[in-house]
Design a protein around this ligand. Structure first.
Ligand code: NOJ
Length: 507
């Protein structure tokens, strides 16, 4: 049996506001993405996930959707979307759209109807509770705003639930009409030809009956704790929708539970998510021992139940790993984790040129969740407008855009973007790296190393990442295929790995 495409694919996340603009504009658009696909094909990624581009008041920059089946004029229109999808498929790139099923915008016609009266047929599409205006129905906390996850609606005299901003009321997935409506949204995009969905807060959908309090004294938002039995039947329903289409359509879920054992349950019995984001590694510091624990957890919980892991270090919700890890050397070496470990990697636009988070002065802050730095626009050229046609985009440029831009990095064969390209090519050429099993390799403390075993026998690869500052000895013989600092590629491995560096070896 051949593996489904999403097992061998390398995914690339695009935040459409910040990727590229097709006309002079402070914000990006879909046609801008289409115009830059050659860069992605050159780089060698296989699948794109585009964060929401749907009509939205932008209270949460697109994750507050007011129409799930259209394109916000900021980003273009449905014809632009169709053009982008065709352009992706012409280059053999798969395309995932972002499904936001947990909540809508408070400006969505569904919520507007629900809010209009207690008797409205859509009232029960959202989660309303009686009470007095000074005591929320339970102790759940909203994400980002440090307030209760409930807002009192004066006009109708009830509370409504929102795990995120008050502008993002939660849908009631216990109502079969909501389930059917959201399945319809999925079919709308599947019929247009998308290859699947990244699903926002997929672990948030099913609320426990009675909405029991979170543990007393918790300061965590309920969105990070909502791990219910109800979720699993809902997700099986989502899976049935994609499975009715040909071509291994994918659901890649955001399971933001910071516990790999719990994340693993969302693979179900091959009947829930095909892929789940697992965030504990993203929050793991640059320390060999800590990373070895993450590898062990992934094997113990996800692989042991037949799940295919994912690996991600940066996205639009967290400081970039180049910024967290503190140096380009570490950013380079960490790519060997993403592309060398068993599973599907998800890259975040701009990491291939080593972008750091932008510095956001207080008067430029726009996100209530403090995530502006990682969302800064991608500089494409060294010109004053960096390829955007305007010099002052919606967020400040990341640091050093004059040199840290796509054109300058592509022109420099020693740059990080060429390392990305070489390692992506090496992965594509190696069945062991794409699909092979893995086995640990004995190493000194600060080093994480493993062998990927060729599925057909032969063709093994060894990957080693030195997270220590000092050089480390590594008892592996073979040829260096790719090195994070570019040293010695094509030559026999000399047995020493520099601090904060990584190597791919063909034994
Ligand atoms: C997770 C998304 O990644 C984040 O950007 C968003 O704010 C929340 N879900 C709410 O939709």
């Amino acid at each position: 049996m051949t593996a489904p495409w999403w097992q061998t694919a390398v995914f690339y996340q695009i935040y459409p506001r910040s990727f590229a603009a097709s006309r002079p504009s402070p914000t990006g658009d879909l046609a801008g993405i289409a115009a830059r696909l050659d860069h992605l094909a050159w780089l060698g990624v296989d699948a794109l996930w585009i964060s929401p581009f749907y009509p939205s008041p932008q209270a949460d920059f697109g994750y507050d959707v007011s129409d799930h089946c259209d394109v916000d004029p900021v980003y273009g229109d449905l014809a632009d979307f169709d053009g982008l999808l065709a352009a992706c498929h012409a280059r053999d790139l798969k395309l995932l759209v972002d499904l936001v099923p947990n909540h809508t915008s408070d400006q969505h016609p569904w919520f507007q109807a629900a809010q209009s009266s207690r008797d409205d047929p859509k009232r029960d599409w959202y989660i309303w509770r009686d009470g007095s205006p000074d005591t929320p129905p339970n102790n759940w906390r909203a994400a980002f705003v440090h307030t209760p996850a409930w807002t009192w609606d004066d006009a109708t005299g009830q509370w409504y639930l929102h795990l995120f901003l008050p502008e993002q009321p939660d849908l009631n997935w216990a109502n079969p009409e909501v389930v059917e409506a959201m399945h319809g949204v999925m079919r709308f995009w599947l019929d247009r030809g998308v290859d699947g969905f990244r699903i926002d807060v997929v672990h948030g959908l099913g609320k426990a009956p009675g909405l029991p309090d979170d543990p007393e004294g918790t300061t965590l938002p309920h969105a990070t704790l909502n791990d219910t039995a109800e979720n699993h039947e809902i997700i099986r329903g989502l899976r049935r929708v994609v499975d009715a289409y040909p071509g291994d359509r994918l659901i890649l879920g955001e399971v933001y539970l910071l516990d790999t054992e719990r994340v693993a349950t969302y693979y179900g019995h091959a009947d829930e998510l095909q892929l789940a984001f697992n965030f504990p590694p993203l929050y793991t510091p640059w320390k060999g021992r800590r990373w070895r624990d993450q590898l062990a957890d992934t094997e113990r919980w996800i692989e042991a139940r037949g799940g295919w892991p994912t690996w991600v270090l940066s996205n639009h919700d967290n400081p970039r790993h180049r910024t967290r890890y503190g140096s380009e050397a570490r950013a380079r070496a960490s790519l060997f984790l993403l592309l060398g470990l068993r599973g599907s990697p998800v890259l975040y636009a701009g990491e291939e040129i080593g972008l750091e988070d932008a510095h956001i002065p207080p008067d430029r802050v726009v996100d209530p969740g403090g995530r502006d730095g990682c969302r800064a626009p991608v500089p494409w050229t060294g010109d004053p407008d960096h390829g955007w046609g305007v010099t002052d985009p919606w967020l400040p440029w990341p640091p050093e855009p004059d040199v840290r831009n796509v054109a300058a990095q592509v022109a420099d064969a020693g740059s990080i973007v060429h390392l990305y390209r070489r390692l992506l090519a090496a992965r594509k050429a190696s069945p062991a790296l794409q699909l092979g099993d893995h086995a640990p390799v004995e190493t000194p403390d600060g080093v994480v190393a493993w062998r990927r075993v060729g599925p057909e026998g032969g063709g093994d690869r060894v990957v080693a990442v030195n997270m220590g500052a000092e050089p480390a000895r590594l008892d592996v013989a073979g040829r260096v295929v790719v090195a994070s600092d570019g040293a010695g590629e094509g030559e026999p491995f000399g047995g020493t790995l520099a601090g904060d560096s990584a190597v791919l070896i063909e034994p």
